[in-house]
Design a binder for this molecule. Structure first.
Ligand SMILES: Nc1ncnc2c1ncn2[C@@H]1O[C@H](COP(=O)(O)OP(=O)(O)OP(=O)(O)O)[C@@H](O)[C@H]1O
Ligand SMILES: NC(=O)c1ccc[n+]([C@@H]2O[C@H](COP(=O)(O)O)[C@@H](O)[C@H]2O)c1
Length: 174
């Protein structure tokens, strides 16, 4: 039994994340999806709550042939103990998956095996690009799994992003 852990903010979960999950599913039996910055929401950078991101991920991976656990991870201001914090919140895992240099370093220094992947269509499969397209009425729907599109619509994510980005830019950010 091999278990992996893939951590991201998933604001929102997009096709680049999904492609990475599909590849990880070839390598491990079970996968923890760590929802980073779980305490953040309702800002331009982090519009969606941990609960909403759990919905996106759970529905998007439902068709994949792998058992997944979505685990919310609040941020800590202390990088040196962050890996212990993750381990305290997650089912035990053997391999950490990330393309984030700080996350890779912290796991490696803690003695964990870390695997990275190539970036998939990074010119458009990037959270900030998806959020910008949601905010400006661009074509964001083609960059996320269908299940994520449905969740964003269900929670009026488009309206929220427009409103919080206005609040952020006029200095009254939530
Ligand atoms: N297109 C992609 N292909 C492969 N890995 C990706 C892709 N986009 C993000 N990742 C990786 O997924 C993990 C989680 O990323 P994250 O949730 O920060 O998404 P992001 O697209 O980088 O978002 P943001 O622009 O909001 O920072 C990180 O390790 C990141 O490098
Ligand atoms: N000290 C800390 O709280 C700490 C350290 C490293 C990563 N993280 C979190 O892990 C997540 C990493 O995800 P990304 O690769 O999507 O940036 C982010 O939510 C980030 O805030 C937190």
């Amino acid at each position: 039994m091999l278990r992996g852990c893939y951590i991201g903010r998933f604001q929102p979960y997009h096709d680049g994340h999904h492609r990475m999950v599909e590849e990880i599913a070839e390598e491990v039996d079970e996968l923890v999806l760590g929802i980073g910055s779980a305490d953040q929401s309702h800002t331009t950078h982090d519009p969606f709550t941990a609960g909403e991101r759990i919905m996106m991920i759970t529905k998007a991976v439902a068709d994949l042939d792998i058992i997944t656990y979505a685990v919310p991870l609040e941020d800590l201001n202390r990088n040196a103990v962050w890996v212990s914090h993750v381990e305290s919140m997650s089912p035990k895992f053997d391999i950490a998956y990330s393309n984030n240099p700080l996350v890779i370093r912290l796991f490696e220094e803690a003695g964990k095996e870390v695997r990275s992947s190539p970036m998939f269509r990074r010119d458009e499969l990037e959270g900030s690009e998806v959020r910008e397209r949601i905010r400006t009425d661009g074509d964001w729907r083609g960059l996320v799994p269908d299940a994520v599109e449905e969740v964003v619509d269900e929670i009026d994510g488009v309206g929220r992003l427009r409103q919080v980005s206005q609040s952020d830019s006029n200095g009254t950010g939530l």
